[in-house]
Ligand binder design. Structure first.
Ligand SMILES: [Zn+2]
Length: 444
């Protein structure tokens, strides 16, 4: 017996009861980051929201019956531009930022998905999919490009419900002489000598972004799977194009049953921009606030609503967590009412309100907060946490590393170094206590 889960399906614009294709293998895919820079807080919203959805699905169907995939886009014109600008190798850039992304999301309590495919590992399946689309009359080659021919598929536009003029305007399509129709989009494009490229029947080139998700899903989730998720800004053209590619490559078979999209994120009441000073990367926010405060703030707004992310809101979320950490106890059972609330299209504001009513039942509060990815730390560690600036720019990890260096120096009888480290930490307000079990520290 499982409780019904209702989710809002962008395809139907209605809340629907979720019915998996195979309850022994429930498949969820979310579009992941393009790794050439630090993730901003808008990028963190889908990661947190769909991490919670995966938790709910695992609770209902069992951990081993849910497959959650979130990809990494490691080939993209923005990445190529970043490599040119910095002089770094493309692989060095993508590996660096993929690792930072994973670390930053882990700090927000986001579990690693079951699969984290990298686009460049799926070039073979992408080339095969393009061949199928050409053979089926849905794609054509022109001047080293391969394009999907939009008029070849009458269902195009069903997800975004756009008419043709909106589509052409919304895609900001390049008017290219080789296109049969202005709405046609790129499946493959040629690479010049200094651009990364792969050999293909159409010459050396690289895939279009939309194709990546179609090919990775075909390889991992099969032709037809349950839930595809992403930010609202991906509905058109990214997801619209993904549907066209997959359905047409698979002989017209259905592709995804439920499409879920999170709403926009603003910061301090405005669209995030570097010039307004409200462009928040997760990496920098983590110097100022604990990851759980960021997670709580992201979940306090329902995922489909626009979210205004503010520092004041973060400070408030931190205070709420302080209160809960004072009550933290051994986890009891997850309150059924909490699960029921989440099963109503991931009603996180309702779930958080329910947690606030549980202060008289610390075991249930702890279990419920744990379920949504909060109260994961020892209260002692939680209250020890300080913003980086308040501790002479030192994070807990920095302090641990310095203490280890000091311990090694002492072992080597290099007392000049060990004393220097102690003085440096003291100047930053960190007090060391040497005991039989090693060195402990606290912030003074
Ligand atoms: Zn995608």
């Amino acid at each position: 017996m499982s409780r019904p889960l209702y989710i809002y399906n962008t395809l139907s614009r209605e809340k629907e009861e979720f019915k998996p294709i195979d309850r022994k293998n429930v498949r969820l895919y979310a579009c992941g980051p393009t790794v050439y820079n630090y993730a901003h807080i808008g990028n963190a919203r889908p990661a947190v929201v769909f991490d919670l959805l995966a938790k709910v699905l695992r609770y209902i169907y069992g951990r081993r019956h849910v497959t959650y995939t979130r990809n990494i886009t490691d080939i993209d014109d923005k990445i190529i531009a970043a490599a040119k600008e910095t002089g770094a190798e493309i692989s060095a850039i993508t590996e660096k930022y993929a690792k930072i992304y994973d670390e930053d999301m882990a700090a927000l309590g986001v579990e690693k998905p079951d699969h984290q495919p990298k686009a460049t590992d799926y070039i073979g399946p992408m080339v095969r999919m393009i061949k199928k689309l050409i053979d089926a009359g849905h794609a054509y080659e022109a001047e080293g490009h391969v394009l999907f021919n939009v008029p070849s598929w009458p269902d195009y536009g069903r997800l975004s419900r756009r008419n043709r003029d909106d589509m052409v305007a919304g895609a900001r399509v390049e008017v290219a002489p080789y296109k049969k129709d202005p709405a046609d989009f790129v499946l493959w494009k040629p690479s010049t000598g200094d651009q990364p490229g792969w050999d293909s029947p159409w010459g050396r080139g690289r895939p279009g972004w939309h194709l990546e998700c179609s090919a990775m899903n075909e390889s991992i989730n099969g032709d037809h799977f349950d839930i595809h998720a992403g930010g609202e800004d991906l509905i058109f053209p990214h997801h619209e194009n993904e549907i066209a590619q997959s359905v047409c490559a698979h002989g017209g078979e259905a592709y995804v049953n439920y499409w879920m999209h999170n709403g926009y994120l603003m910061a301090e009441g405005e669209k995030m921009s570097k010039s307004l000073g409200n462009f928040y990367t997760v990496h920098e926010l983590l110097d100022e606030f604990p990851g759980e405060a960021i997670r709580l703030l992201l979940l306090k707004t329902h995922y489909r609503q626009p979210l205004d992310f503010t520092k004041e809101g973060l400070a408030e979320a931190k205070r709420e967590l302080d209160g809960w950490y004072r009550l933290k106890a051994d986890a009891g059972h997850v309150p059924p009412a909490l699960i029921e609330t989440l099963c109503d299209d991931l009603n996180t504001p309702g779930a958080i309100a329910a947690l606030h009513k549980l202060s008289g039942n610390p075991g249930a509060l702890t279990a419920g907060a744990n379920f949504i990815g909060l109260l994961q730390q020892d209260p002692e560690d939680w209250f020890k946490w300080q913003p980086k600036a308040a501790a002479g720019g030192l994070t807990d990890a920095d302090i641990d590393a310095k203490i280890e260096a000091r311990t090694n120096a002492r072992k080597n009888k290099d007392f000049a170094t060990s004393d220097a480290i102690r003085d440096e930490l003291a100047a930053a307000g960190v007090i060391l206590e040497d005991g039989a079990g090693g060195t402990t520290w606290r912030r003074g």
